[in-house]
Design a protein around this ligand. Structure first.
Ligand code: SAM
Length: 215
């Protein structure tokens, strides 16, 4: 019974709904490791005040809040398919949303063309996701779709910390290598792997850049 409940709760992290989704959302917002890997991801991006930023799978909106402290004249956009997380992130980031610096969408990244009009949302400087890419069915294809939304030399960062029982630093590094390969398949260049060893197992962040059209 206890094991079944844990399995059901773990599944909630991919698409929080109902009471268990509420608990998953609360864990995401409160757990120090989650807060740390979100703030670390934002630090790695070196976001400027007038940059355009897109987060996929924002959950309770921790990283959005960190990004909102940096983006004063640019724009932050988020996509998450959980209606519950849309509500939680909206409350957390109500000031930035009210000021027009942030816009949150409720839907699947796979439906990005419906959610974000390509004429209005095709020039992001940074696109990132924290512990989300493992839920995407076709990583390289989703990365290709996202790359089309970057400015030349814009970057995509995917952070991952394994949370499964028995996971080690090696598990994290194996995932990082898979993400790096998928980024290369998607056409991203200068792909590098950063590690956060303060966490156990460590978190990895894989960052790739869109090629400059002139290169
Ligand atoms: C493990 S949670 C991480 C949340 C947040 N990034 C964090 O670190 O606190 C994964 C989030 O990604 C969202 N998600 C998963 N697959 C998605 C998809 N295909 N499109 C949009 N959102 C997705 C889920 O709803 C959930 O909020």
């Amino acid at each position: 019974m206890k094991q079944r409940l844990i399995r059901l709760l773990v599944r909630q992290f991919g698409h929080p709904t109902g009471l268990l989704g509420k608990i998953a959302g609360w864990i995401m917002a409160a757990r120090p490791s989650n807060r740390k890997r979100n703030s670390w991801t934002i630090e790695l991006l070196h976001i400027g005040p007038d940059d355009r930023v897109l987060e996929i799978g924002y959950g309770p909106g921790l990283a959005l809040a960190d990004a909102a402290r940096l983006v004063t004249s640019g724009k932050i956009v988020g996509i998450d398919h959980s209606h519950m997380m849309f509500n939680a992130a909206t409350v957390r980031n109500r000031h930035a949303i009210g000021e027009g610096r942030m816009e949150l969408k409720n839907g699947r990244v796979e439906d990005i063309d419906v959610l974000l009009d390509p004429k209005l949302f095709s020039s992001f400087d940074h696109i990132y996701a924290v512990n989300v890419a493992m839920f995407w069915q076709d990583l390289a294809s989703t990365l290709k779709t996202l790359t089309a939304r970057l400015v030349p030399s814009g970057q995509i960062a995917l952070t991952f910390q394994p949370r499964t029982k028995g996971a080690t630093d090696k598990t994290a590094l194996r995932a990082a290598n898979d993400i790096r390969d998928a980024m290369k398949t998607a056409g991203l260049a200068n792909v590098k792997i950063e590690t956060l060893k303060d966490l156990s197992p460590m978190a990895v962040c894989v960052i790739g850049r869109k090629r400059n059209a002139k290169c």
